[in-house]
Each structure stands twice: as C-alpha cells, then as structure tokens.
Design a protein around this ligand. Structure first.
Ligand SMILES: Nc1ncnc2c1ncn2[C@@H]1O[C@H](COP(=O)(O)OP(=O)(O)O)[C@@H](O)[C@H]1O
Ligand SMILES: [Mg+2]
Length: 242
C-alpha cells in the first residue's frame, strides 16, 4: 500500500521511470593521479522516451552509457533501471537485469566472429536460459532483412549487414531499454541512414525506451530529448519538437 511516506513516494516515482539517475560519478585511478570522468550526473527518463546523449569526443558519453546499462559500476551515485538498482548489484545481478531488460548496440558491432548470424542472435536468449531460441532469432533476422544470411559469419557480411545482425541481437530479447553507442559511427552515410531507419522502426514496433550516444545531429534530431555532456557533467537537457 502507498501511505504517502517520503520513502514510498520515492519508490513509486522510481518505478515509473525507465531510468532514474542521481549523483552519478565515475573516477579512475591513474599513475598520474585520480581522473574524474563523470561528476554529479542526474536525470530521469520515462518509459518509451527516445533520448540522444551528445557532447564532444572524450566528454564521458560512452562511460555514462555503460553505467546506465549496468556494463560498468559508478564511483558515486546510483542508477535505477526499471526500478532495479543496477549500479549497486554484483556482476551476476547486473547480468540478470541486463538479460531481462537491456539491449546494447555498439559502434564496432561486437559480433562473435566464430558464430553465424543466427547463432549470434540466439546467444542472448541462450544466456538467459530461454528454451525457444531459434524461432525468435530467425524471425528478427527476417525483420532486419537478413533472412537469407542466417548461416553467414560476420567476416562474410558488410558493415551494414553486421550492424543489422547486432540490431537483431539487441531486440531479440524484447528489451525494455535499448542503448546504442554511436551506432552509425563505422558506416558510410547511406548505410548509416538505413540502420537508423531500421533502429527507429524496431524501436517503435516494440515501444522500447531508446538511449543513444551520437555525434550526428541528424540522428540526435530524431530523438524526443537531448542530453548534453561536457567534461563529465550534464550541461543541457532539451526537449526537441516532434
Ligand atoms: N577506464 C578508463 N581509464 C582511464 N581513462 C578512461 C577510462 N575510460 C574512459 N577514460 C577517459 O575518460 C574520458 C571520457 O571517455 P568516454 O566516456 O569514452 O568519452 P566519449 O564517449 O564521450 O568520447 C576520456 O578522456 C577517456 O580517455
Ligand atoms: Mg564514446
């Protein structure tokens, strides 16, 4: 029951957020001394939102995305992902939340070279213990236009095709959140545009919350909101006209 206590108010608010980020910081120890990569970053993202994280190279965007997705742990602050305290869970706990809720697309595709397209897409389902893995993987590869390439290895595919496989792998688990770090960064303009169209189409079909890092203003402009990072701090939070 909700009795209106501050703690329950806070819990109720967090449960309505796809991401609830507070006081987030990341420091690393270097021989030359501590380096602060992120400092006191806070924001909330609602379910189904599309958000671009922008900023200069080296400003901390990829580090932030890794913390949001539970691929890395912060030095300060916290991240609630769909209400789950992903920043304070141990590696097993984070892996479980990621398997249930998170898809990730990288600039460099990150497919496993020794697995076929189909096997790459089946893998996240296998890792979380699903029994029915092949049919959903085939279906989503069909959806991204690679129904005829199921048995191809990554080296036998173009960059654009590899990123299509990566999109299929990210969406096959039906994640509630999809993170993408410069998803078009290694592709030529036309191929990148096709990948972006596909990403937004898959996202709209599934109602996924999308958080992407990009240098590309045209890609950022397709998101409903833009967060700007400068030297590890959140310096802008802008809603964009639809
Ligand atoms: N593990 C690490 N150790 C040392 N420095 C790091 C580490 N990770 C990131 N950095 C540094 O932190 C800064 C931000 O990196 P990153 O998040 O990759 O920025 P962006 O994605 O915005 O280009 C960069 O200066 C980078 O070199
Ligand atoms: Mg980066």
């Amino acid at each position: 029951m909700h009795d209106g206590s501050p703690l329950q108010d806070e819990a109720a608010r967090a449960a309505h957020c796809a991401l609830d980020v507070d006081g987030l910081g990341k420091r690393v120890a270097l021989p030359s001394g501590d380096l602060t990569i992120l400092q006191d970053v806070g924001f909330r993202i609602g379910h189904g939102d599309t958000v671009a994280i922008v900023g200069a190279s080296g400003s901390g965007k990829s580090t932030l995305l890794s913390l949001l997705a539970g691929l890395d742990t912060p030095s300060a602050g916290r991240v609630l992902l769909d209400g789950a305290p992903i920043s304070t869970l141990d590696e097993d706990g984070r892996a479980r939340v990621r398997g249930e809720k998170v898809g990730f697309v990288f600039q460099s595709f990150q497919l496993l070279p020794s697995l076929t397209a189909l096997e790459n897409v089946m893998l996240p389902l296998e890792l979380r213990g699903d029994r029915d893995v092949e049919a959903p993987a085939r279906e989503v590869l069909q959806r991204v236009g690679l129904g005829e390439r199921l048995g191809h290895y990554p080296r036998q595919l173009s960059g654009g095709e590899q990123q299509r496989v990566a999109l299929a792998r990210a969406f096959v688990t039906r994640p509630s959140l999809l993170f993408a770090d410069e998803p078009t960064g290694n592709l030529d303009t036309a191929t990148g545009q096709a990948i972006v169209d596909l990403l937004f189409a898959l996202n709209a079909d599934a109602g996924t919350t999308l958080v992407l890092v990009t240098h590309d203003d045209r890609l950022a402009a397709r998101c409903a909101r833009r967060l700007r990072i400068d030297s590890g701090r959140l310096v802008g939070d802008e809603a964009l006209a639809a």
